[in-house]
Design a protein around this ligand. Structure first.
Ligand code: NOJ
Length: 550
């Protein structure tokens, strides 16, 4: 966030996502952990980020890499201890870095004590009310209560076995069977999560990332999904009441605690409803993440984002990658540069050099737009999607549940390369077990060590861009103005005196008049900006009669 911003930190922060399994391994078991994160905080400090979001680190059977939480108030032994998490929060704060934890309210693990009690207690167990247990359809109850399709593909109901061995009721799981959905109509569920928020706010964390934030409330009459009818579990109006309660809790704490929603919602108006002044502070911009590398599509996404956020007064967020999607170096190197889960396939021809060039330009674009920016671990190193993970090592449930059609999300979760010429590239200490997913040998050129001091590296581009962003009062939260530009070129201005130009056409274009070239994503050809390249310039203010403004 730039020093001139006097609003709350979350309006203009650069937020770095740590995926703990894959960031750094301190104890040598091949899986990243809190000790590893603590030992590498200097990397995040040198990068200049304002905050770190930690993906789930709670006790979990890891059926969905920790998004199946058995206890939100502790840390899984594979990651460390609660005392270590507290020390990490304190150490980050000492470096001026805020912290955000991930809370998963839509579902829990099947190992959660509530679910275990619901199963063990049989059909009359009161704990069943905390979930969605229903009898099956058909004379023997052997047909699912609904035909809803799950978020990972496949069925959403699993039949239980009664304590006496007879077939029992079914329970709902929008994700894997190991992730039973909680019943948010039950006051006990609401009270539990309000307490979990306080638990982490009491430990000093600055924000909560809310998993699957639009799915919590279900239509209890369990209708089938039908075109033109309200959806039975997506974006039901009742969900907003939950976030109003959560906002009141966040507001009770000093220091601008933030609630950040994972809201996949193509309808921008419905998306913005989550960001009303008494609800969430921010939400991830998946519209921008999934957008094609195309000037008019990006301009439409940026304009649509800003105009949806403006009426509710919330800052936009700019996200290129996360632990669920194909890394953007790979996406941008393909003929189809959009992202969608449905279209995810292996073996798509990919030009990584082109993808990397575009990813560099995209970094300068997203770090220059008004609002907060997210960096997914490894994007600052230019990592690509690893597509040749042997089948037997793949761990993401999407892979098996899609009948091995969707390659899953392991390819963006491969452990980070830090130093050295061969795996594990400093991810684990010497003599450790192999990393939980294999790293490509080619990542020897992508380590933090190899890129440090190399002015042409992705890492130094990110460091420099974030440094400029922190110092420049034009960047971070605020407004922008589009400038006239040739076809296929995006040019926007931020007051005072900052212009970003991104060339998405296939010809070089001249730079506008400027007093200083602040940063470029690639080499310039004298005063020409080559294709797939972005530049930040110090410029005069545009004349007020410019065309579109946002
Ligand atoms: C969204 C998370 O980002 C993803 O990784 C997870 O599988 C699902 N929610 C279910 O918790």
């Amino acid at each position: 966030m730039s020093p001139a911003d006097d609003g709350p930190w979350w309006r203009g922060a650069v937020i770095y996502q740590v995926y703990p399994r894959s960031f750094a391994d301190g104890d040598g078991d091949g899986v990243g952990d809190i000790a590893g994160i603590r030992s590498r905080l200097d990397h995040l400090s040198a990068l200049g980020v304002d905050a770190i979001w930690f993906s789930p680190w709670y006790p979990s059977p890891m059926a969905d890499a920790g998004y199946d939480v058995a206890d939100h108030r502790d840390i899984d032994p594979v990651f460390g201890t609660l005392a270590e998490a507290e020390a990490l929060v304190a150490e980050a704060h000492a470096l001026g870095i805020r912290t955000i934890v991930d809370v998963v309210p839509n579902h829990c693990s099947d190992a959660h004590p509530w679910f275990q009690a619901a199963l063990a207690g049989g059909p009359d167990a009161p704990e069943r009310e905390l979930f969605w247990f229903r009898p099956g359809r058909g004379p023997n109850g052997d047909q699912r209560p609904t035909d809803w399709v799950g978020e990972f593909g496949g069925e959403t109901w699993t039949r239980t076995v009664n304590p006496d061995g007879t077939p029992g009721d079914w329970y709902l799981h929008l994700f894997a069977p190991e992730q039973p959905d909680l019943n948010w109509d039950h006051p006990g569920v609401r009270a539990e999560f309000e307490d979990i928020l306080r638990f982490w706010f009491d430990r000093g964390v600055d924000g909560i990332r809310i998993d699957s934030a639009g799915l919590l409330v279900k239509d209890g009459t369990l209708p089938e999904t039908r075109p033109g009818r309200p959806h039975p579990f997506r974006d039901l109006d009742g969900v907003h009441e939950i976030y109003r309660d959560w906002r009141r809790i966040a507001d009770e704490y000093p220091g601008d605690r933030a609630l950040i929603g994972e809201v996949w919602m193509p309808d921008r108006q419905r998306f913005a409803n989550y960001l009303r002044p008494d609800e969430l502070h921010a939400a991830f911009n998946f519209d921008f993440l999934g957008c094609a590398w195309d000037a008019s599509a990006l301009r439409e996404s940026i304009d649509g984002t800003l105009s949806a956020h403006a009426p509710v007064g919330a800052p936009a967020t700019w996200v290129l990658s996360n632990h669920d999607v194909t890394r953007h170096v790979t996406r941008y190197g393909r003929a189809d540069t959009t992202f969608s889960f449905a279209a995810k396939r292996e073996g798509t021809p990919t030009d990584l050099e082109l993808g990397t060039r575009r990813a560099r330009a995209a970094a300068l674009l997203s770090l220059s737009l008004p609002g907060a920016a997210y960096v997914y671990q490894g994007e600052e190193l230019g990592l690509w999607e690893v597509e040749d993970i042997p089948y037997e090592l793949r761990q993401d449930p999407m892979w098996e549940r899609s009948g091995r059609v969707d390659p899953g999300r392991d390819g963006c979760r491969v452990p980070l390369p830090w130093t050295g010429d061969e795996p594990p590239f400093g991810f684990s200490p010497d003599g450790a077990a192999a990393p939980w997913l294999p790293q490509p040998a080619d990542w020897k050129d992508r380590t933090v060590r190899a890129q440090t001091g190399d002015a042409t590296s992705m890492l130094e581009l990110y460091r420099m861009a974030i440094r400029i962003r922190r110092a420049d009062p034009a960047l971070g939260d605020g407004t922008m103005t589009w400038l006239p530009a040739p076809d296929g070129v995006l040019a926007h201005h931020r007051r005072p005196g900052f212009t970003c130009l991104v060339n998405l056409s296939d010809v070089a274009v001249p730079l506008p008049p400027h007093t200083e070239r602040l940063l470029a994503s690639g080499p310039l050809d004298d005063d020409l900006l080559p294709p797939d390249t972005a530049v930040w310039l110090r410029t005069a203010e545009p004349t007020p009669a410019g065309p579109g403004t946002a």
